[in-house]
Design a binder for this molecule. Structure first.
Ligand SMILES: NC(=O)c1ccc[n+]([C@@H]2O[C@H](COP(=O)([O-])OP(=O)(O)OC[C@H]3O[C@@H](n4cnc5c(N)ncnc54)[C@H](O)[C@@H]3O)[C@@H](O)[C@H]2O)c1
Ligand SMILES: O=C(O)C[C@H](O)C(=O)O
Length: 326
């Protein structure tokens, strides 16, 4: 049996937490042979509820669950942590954009970045789910200067999965036929789901649909899916978000399949002309617990405009939280 790894989940008493923890403990995220210690962080008023979640985790008798720690102290929550899923943040309500949450949520990530810097493993892999995810990931990263910026990522896998299903349904195929999907940019209404590099059954997806559907149906549907779920459910996506978080960390830790890639919000090295240092969603391949941006994909004028617009929004969000970026 491998040694257990420490997985911190913030906002563990919330909606996404409830859909996430049991799958991590079952081995769905890090593999059937990897024991885990769950370090669950939430705010003080949520600690009773968190104890209830811990009791339920115990009642599952998961063979891979080595221990569960519940705390309201980030210094304890991130102690020696190998993986951190930063979920704890306020969700948006109807009529809000995700960046409207910046003021409410940004401070959480500067505190947690500092705690990660001081207490976590220097090899920690961090996934930020709490919105606005890309800019919160940037705040976390900048507050943890002793850790490689590549170790801080933001979640666009939910958008990626949504886009795969939309194109599969449109072309009468299944998601098993869809590969090489890319979400470029911000997890926001400016994100750009790219069908020009996606394949369906080996054929280029943009050749299988008309430009009118691509521009006026597919892209807005993916961009607005979170809002559509809030309208329908009266609460933001939870099970699908937890599923995407599992997918994101699993790909990062255990690798992507063959030539396929996944979408991850990662530290930009200037690839595709995107300003260095932004946390921008790129097509990424993962191997040996590391990711690399897929290079050399063709970018037409239509795509270029959309990729730049979402980068511009990220630069504006960054400038709006300058006071939290040491
Ligand atoms: N990136 C994505 O694709 C994606 C998808 C879905 C939701 N989200 C975001 O995830 C976040 C969580 O959503 P949810 O539905 O679970 O919300 P929720 O309100 O059900 O749960 C949030 C939890 O975070 C806790 N929390 C608040 N401040 C905290 C702090 N400082 N430290 C630790 N915990 C803290 C709350 O007490 C609560 O238990 C929201 O910001 C939501 O917008 C992102
Ligand atoms: O849309 C939201 O606010 C929640 C989440 O980011 C989503 O995409 O479902």
């Amino acid at each position: 049996m491998k040694q257990p790894v420490r997985v911190t989940v913030t906002g563990a008493a919330g909606q996404i937490g409830y859909a996430l923890l049991f799958r991590i403990a079952s081995g769905a995220m890090l593999g059937d042979d990897q024991p885990v210690i769950l370090q669950l962080l939430d705010i003080t008023p949520a600690l009773d509820a968190l104890q209830g979640v811990k009791m339920e985790l115990e009642d599952c008798a998961f063979p891979l669950l080595a221990d569960v720690v519940c705390t309201d102290d980030p210094n304890v929550g991130f102690k020696d942590s190998d993986y951190a899923l930063l979920v704890g943040a306020r969700p948006r309500g109807p009529g809000m954009e995700r960046k409207d949450l910046l003021e409410a949520n940004a401070a959480i990530f500067s505190v947690q970045g500092k705690a990660i810097d001081q207490h976590a493993s220097k090899d920690i892999k961090v996934l930020v789910v709490g919105n606005p995810a890309n800019t919160n990931a940037l705040i976390t990263q900048r507050n943890a200067p002793s850790i490689n910026p590549r170790n801080f990522t933001a979640m666009t896998r939910l958008d990626h999965n949504r886009a795969m299903t939309q194109i599969a349904q449109k072309t009468g195929k299944t998601v098993n036929d869809v590969t090489n999907m890319t979400i470029w940019g911000n997890h926001s209404a400016t994100q750009y789901p790219d069908l020009f590099n996606t394949k369906v059954d080996g054929k280029t997806a943009s050749d299988l649909v008309d430009q009118e559907w691509l521009e006026n149906d597919f892209i807005p549907t993916v961009q607005q899916r979170g809002a559509a779920i809030i309208k329908a459910r009266g609460a933001s996506s939870a099970a699908s978000a937890a599923n995407a978080a599992i997918d994101h960390v699993r790909s990062w830790a255990l690798g992507t399949e063959g030539d396929d890639w996944v979408s991850m919000g990662v530290y930009s090295d200037g690839s595709y002309g995107i300003e260095e240092g932004l946390i921008y969603s790129f097509p990424c391949r993962c191997n040996n617990g590391d990711w690399e941006i897929v290079q050399g994909l063709p970018v037409n004028d239509f795509s270029r405009g959309k990729m730049d617009a979402t980068a511009q929004e990220l630069a504006e969000e960054r400038d709006g939280v300058k006071h939290l970026l040491p």
